[in-house]
Design a protein around this ligand. Structure first.
Ligand SMILES: [Zn+2]
Length: 429
């Protein structure tokens, strides 16, 4: 009798268990507020373009690989943020404001736009035209690209789905970058976040954050440089969209490779090897990733003004070689932004911070892992500590910087952001 009862109960019990587990997973999905989506759009110029990075008058003959704007939209509750990284030398603030003004799905100030800093993409600033006094920007391409990026954000936001975040970082990724100014000052941290669908796990996107100038190539072919092979390696292994954000790579963190193996600027094999190595290290570090279900999402930013001290830049603006213009008082508005995704912390840098500046900012940050998004939300040239500004060692970087007060003002605003004390209520001038 007991046996019969247990036989009768078994199917009922099993059915109950199955049903309850279904209810649990349905509950999880319903309770899961964190969502993510990703996409990319081809922004390669159709016409020959003046290539940005290195000298003037370097015109493209073709594209070795396509340049993309890569986008991740994340959402939790009423908070929605877009993170975009473009295969470009930099995206100046006035271009970012143009893009933001065309985005409908994400609040303008929550659209974060960075550049990988490839030295083999089209001029976005005006500095690399046929001569020093002639802009190299193809305005038609630029207007079209700004529209494409805004549409990419809106299209991506349509695909938001419940997701989890997997974070990983390692502080000792060597053999990829080197500091050619002060070799001992080198940030070898690789920080990675992978967004995976909450049900039927599938990679939506992988953000890779590592400091290194993509400047191996210097010829007449458009290319994303080493990030092209990083994307290929990560996307082939994981699927989804791989997004690369540079770090504090200014003065002068560049790729570590044997320069004797090919003529300078033509070392395609080195670019491939460096990109694949960074991709492989990304995949390795993700093995030990920490999965965070429904991570909290926060964003805070501070706008501030910096004096445009660089006389050459002021002249180039007057001559309309550089687009955009300072405010009537001679200052430029810029911004820093802090994003929290669960335990991880992201901080934007509006230009090319030197690695010692990057180390200092990371010491101020509390998250784990820490992501420093270089060349993001502005393109203000090198960002040097005042004590380094003007040194013979950094004469190049000092000449390619908005000015000596940029770093202290940025750090002041970083501190206020990191103390979570304000969101644009009391900008520091
Ligand atoms: Zn640079």
């Amino acid at each position: 009798m007991l046996k019969v009862l247990s036989l009768l109960l078994r199917p009922i019990g099993t059915a109950f268990l199955v049903l309850s587990s279904l209810l649990v997973s349905a509950d999880c999905v319903n309770a899961q507020q964190f969502k993510a989506a990703a996409g990319k759009v081809d922004i390669t110029p159709v016409q020959p373009a003046f290539i940005a990075g290195y000298g003037n008058n370097r015109k493209s003959v073709d594209a070795h690989d396509r340049l993309f704007a890569r986008c991740i939209v994340i959402e939790r509750g009423s908070q929605r943020i877009a993170l975009v990284s473009c295969d470009l030398i930099g995206v100046p603030r006035f271009e970012i404001l143009n893009i933001r003004s065309m985005v409908n799905s994400v609040a303008a100030e929550n659209v974060i736009i960075g550049a990988t800093h490839t030295h083999s993409g089209p001029d976005t600033l005006g500095m690399w035209g046929p001569a020093l006094t002639v802009s190299g920007v193809d305005k038609k391409w630029l207007i079209h690209t700004e529209k494409q990026i805004a549409e990419l954000v809106d299209q991506t936001a349509l695909n938001l789905e419940p997701a989890i975040a997997r974070f990983a970082s390692t502080s000792d990724v060597r053999g990829i970058s080197k500091n050619i100014r002060v070799p001992a000052i080198l940030d070898t941290q690789l920080a990675v976040v992978q967004f995976v669908t909450a049900v039927n796990p599938r990679t939506i996107a992988t953000i890779v954050n590592y400091a290194c100038h993509p400047e191996i190539l210097n010829n007449h072919h458009i290319t994303a440089d080493f990030p092209h092979w990083l994307y290929e390696t990560v996307e082939t292994a994981l699927g989804g969209t791989c997004v690369y954000f540079n770090g504090a790579q200014g003065g002068m963190v560049t790729a570590a490779y044997d320069v004797s193996t090919a003529p300078r600027g033509e070392n395609w094999a080195a670019a491939e090897a460096i990109g694949k190595m960074l991709g492989t290290r990304t995949l390795e570090v993700l093995h030990d990733a920490t999965a965070i279900t429904d991570p909290e999402l926060t964003i805070a930013k501070r706008k501030f003004h910096i004096p445009l001290e660089n006389a050459r830049y002021r002249t180039l603006i007057k001559m309309k070689v550089f687009s955009g213009a300072p405010d009537p008082d001679g200052t430029l508005e810029t911004e820093v932004c802090r994003i929290g995704i669960g335990p991880a912390e992201f901080l934007t840098i509006p230009g090319e911070a030197l690695p010692n500046v990057g180390f200092y900012i990371k010491r101020l940050m509390h998250g784990n892992p820490k992501f420093l998004l270089g060349l993001t939300n502005d393109f203000l040239g090198y960002i040097l500590a005042p004590e380094d500004f003007g040194l013979e060692l950094y004469s190049y970087e000092s000449g390619q910087s908005a000015g000596s007060s940029l770093e202290p003002l940025m750090i002041q605003n970083d501190k206020l952001l990191l103390e979570r004390s304000a969101t644009e209520t009391k900008p520091v001038h």
